[in-house]
Design a protein around this ligand. Structure first.
Ligand code: GLU
Length: 302
């Protein structure tokens, strides 16, 4: 299978910046933030090279999003660094590993908790499915069916009882209350232009999982701020998430980066590349004798 690069809307960052007032885009700080749950493939190479090019004479950072201990593996983390270096990338600061920074995510949760915007959710997947079936229908959001709000409606006494019983719980954001508190929010995407944030489409998202004291949405937002990222580049599969990240930035008083969501590499039938495409891992391409230059070319960055 050969990978097809999206028609080039990448590599245009410089022209987007020209003549604009200082908005954090001068010498941008960008990052590539893979999860070490498998080997990198050509799609990842595209994303990493996109971020590198977008940094221009600024700074390109690497972050490993490894909060999910059940799915992430140290050998994949090591291979990510090795494959990116082989591809010709380097990063001037130490790699940030999310699993070493739970205290940062806890601090953010404590802040949201103090604002009374979090509630414990004891529901299992099955509880949620049953509640939705009872209701007959449920609105859909970017991540599937919205949480029906069961645990938001618990009385203080019921909540205290459940907590006391030691039942495992996640922490959910009361998204409507949160959005009321911040008022309307906007963000800027270099490919899509000005965007009005619509975080409520996510419903009450989980910000701390039952098994991990954080979630992707929380960790990514906190880390981009702590690492001083001024331009977030990532695949357009994560476009919708930015609506929610913008809300979290406002609640936590974090700086607002610019965004550039890029198109995804696809195979010849138009399907996005995924872990199943073993022949397109950087490892396999390298073992098949391709040079870093040839692989950069395949990834759309000659
Ligand atoms: N860790 C995410 C992934 O591998 C990307 C996070 C981001 O770029 O915001 O899909």
């Amino acid at each position: 299978m050969r990978a097809k690069a999206p028609s080039p809307d990448y590599g245009t960052v410089a022209t987007h910046h020209q003549g604009q007032p200082s908005d954090g885009m001068h010498a941008p700080i960008t990052r590539f933030a893979p999860s070490p749950t498998g080997l990198l493939h050509l799609g990842h190479a595209h994303s990493a090279l996109f971020a590198r090019r977008a940094a221009g004479d600024g700074t390109f950072l690497l972050r490993l999003e490894d909060i999910d201990a059940g799915r992430c593996r140290p050998d994949f983390a090591a291979s990510i660094e090795e494959d990116l270096a082989w591809l010709g990338l380097d990063w001037p600061r130490p790699v940030r590993r999310q699993s070493a920074h739970f205290a940062d995510y806890r601090a953010a949760l404590a802040r949201l908790e103090a604002m009374d915007l979090l509630y414990p959710c004891f529901c299992t997947r099955r509880d949620i499915a049953e509640e939705i079936a009872r209701a007959g229908a449920a609105p859909h959001g970017p991540e599937g069916t919205l949480y029906p709000g069961t645990c938001r409606r618990l009385s203080p006494a019921e909540r205290a009882d459940r907590l006391e019983s030691g039942a495992p719980y996640a922490l959910r954001l009361a998204v409507d209350d949160a959005a009321c508190r911040t008022g309307p929010l906007a963000w800027h995407d270099l490919a899509y232009g000005p965007m009005a944030a619509e975080p409520a489409t996510f419903g009450d998202v989980v910000l701390a999982r039952k098994d991990v004291p954080a979630s992707y949405h929380l960790a990514v937002t906190v880390d981009d701020a702590l690492q001083g990222v001024t331009l977030v580049t990532r695949g357009e599969d994560l476009f919708a998430a930015t609506h929610l990240h913008r809300l979290l930035q406002a609640l936590l008083d974090l700086p607002v980066p610019s965004y550039h969501h890029h198109r995804l590499l696809t195979d010849e039938s138009g399907r996005r590349l995924a872990k199943r495409d073993r022949s397109l891992t950087l490892r396999a391409l390298r073992q098949a004798g391709h040079s870093p230059e040839a692989v950069r070319n395949m990834a759309g960055f000659p």
